[in-house]
Write a protein that binds this ligand. Sequence first.
Ligand SMILES: Cc1cc2nc3c(=O)[nH]c(=O)nc-3n(C[C@H](O)[C@H](O)[C@H](O)COP(=O)(O)OP(=O)(O)OC[C@H]3O[C@@H](n4cnc5c(N)ncnc54)[C@H](O)[C@@H]3O)c2cc1C
Length: 62
Amino acid sequence: MARGRTHTDFLVVGSGLAGLTYALQAAESGSVTILTKAGVTDSNTGWAQGGIAAAIGEADSW
Ligand SMILES: Cc1cc2nc3c(=O)[nH]c(=O)nc-3n(C[C@H](O)[C@H](O)[C@H](O)COP(=O)(O)OP(=O)(O)OC[C@H]3O[C@@H](n4cnc5c(N)ncnc54)[C@H](O)[C@@H]3O)c2cc1C
């Protein structure tokens, strides 16, 4: 990665659901830079299938 200096109004660390949701909202108020660890899709969010996990059966436990 090239070293350099940049200016941004919002620096978001992480490109998962939380970071991207915040980045979308922040983009309405200024420039946004997203800093992430490896690949853009390298996150738990990339694995999520859209299900909702809950302990509701008698055999379930938190
Ligand atoms: C296999 C699997 C299946 C799932 N299925 C579901 C589901 O069906 N339904 C559901 O509701 N939830 C599910 N989840 C949980 C869900 O994916 C997470 O709760 C959610 O994606 C978390 O989002 P997040 O933005 O907080 O974290 P993440 O998506 O993990 O994002 C974290 C980000 O931070 C970055 N980061 C980490 N460390 C650094 C660092 N040092 N410097 C810079 N960047 C860094 C990562 O690269 C990543 O981009 C699942 C999780 C897994 C693993």
